[in-house]
Design a protein around this ligand. Sequence first.
Ligand SMILES: [Zn+2]
Length: 455
Amino acid sequence: MPEMLIRGGRILDPSQGIDQVDDLWIADDQIAGLGPPAVSRHQNSTQPIVVDATGCIVSPGFVDLHCHLRDPGFEEKETIATGTRAAARGGFTTVCCMANTNPPIDSRAVVEYVQRTAHVTGVVRVLPVAAITRHMAGQELVEMGELAQAGVVAFSDDGRAVGSSRIMRYALEYSKMVDRPIAPHCEDRDLVSDGVMNEGPVATRLGLKGWPATGEEIEIARDILLAELTGGRLHLCHVTTAGGVELVRRAKEKGIRVTAEAMPHHLTLTDEWVAGKRWDGRSAEPYDTNTKVNPPLRAEADRRALVAGLRDGTIDCIATDHAPHTLVDKQCEYDFAAFGLSVFETALGALLRLVQAGDLDLPTLVSRLTVDPARAYRLPYGTLRPGAAADVAIFDPSAEWVVDPSQFASRGRNTPLAGQTLRGRVLVTIAGGRIVHLADDRRLAQTPSVREHVR
Ligand SMILES: [Zn+2]
């Protein structure tokens, strides 16, 4: 592989506090450095591949701590091949895939299946998350030591809550020994029951059963208390409510070991979208099942609190909860539709709305997508430090495009953003030194040598 030169972009690397227009060099699948080429880089190497990044942001590849690749068992929804291609299109170069596959990721054999399949068919780095309990049944812990040794980065029964406080306590105790976080999906099943959207005036108006904010906050509070009791490592999946943000803020003030993530849809959409609200002002039909997600889209006050929490670091990072489904899973009545959205390919464009609205600055947004998630799981990624894996996202923050799910690399076309115009588009994604995504863009057409190197 020849060297690569990413020329003239705005290099934004919060891990090193870098924000400057410069050249970025890649050699031997690693970040080589910034600036004019060192003499040594010229020796015994062919002409570098040049990527023109003028007018673009050059950032570390994004790190996603929470996605569903559906493989093994639900390949009609997504495979590791299609899911990682979708991730690459979104600028993600490291993705942690959740355990609710079939069979679930609760044994060494399934961990190895995911790792092997990702190695052969995947285009970005895939790090499996193991279940907390065997068969995700909530009864008995998995072999956490063995699974940590096999390479899982966290433990989560995501998709289901761990109802038993006793099991959660044990999991957090063991998290210290295996040095991996426990990442609960916080949902009091008894209280949430068959709720399908946020409990509140919109649900009442639409006649849909409510999923109350308190149903999430009860378990956040419980798990924070258990983290305090045990000293274990807690990472809260998809926080969505103002009360949840406040609980995390207080826990951090007390020095409890907790990190938390928020999702692009909860940061940018509200329960009014179930009633048909859209950004472009043209309202859609109500009851669009592509707005159905767990936890649900919340009220505007929750959304604002979540953004404020992201801004001040209470919420450590952004994760996608990319949850692809088939058309059949969604083409039914709202009550019966599957929960989940296809997120990889729209995440950045949606999140940039926060920057465009002045609610978040760009370096903070990039930080929450790169070094901050990496720190939460102690991964050596999300940085452009020399010697780090050459994971890079190059995006044009002002390029406008219309979301067309039929063009997704993901098998999941389940997004409420269909037809919406987003400003901000990933043009090039480099994972481990390989170009894994290259958008159709005239600037890149001028450097035809690049196209030959797309994996
Ligand atoms: Zn979940």
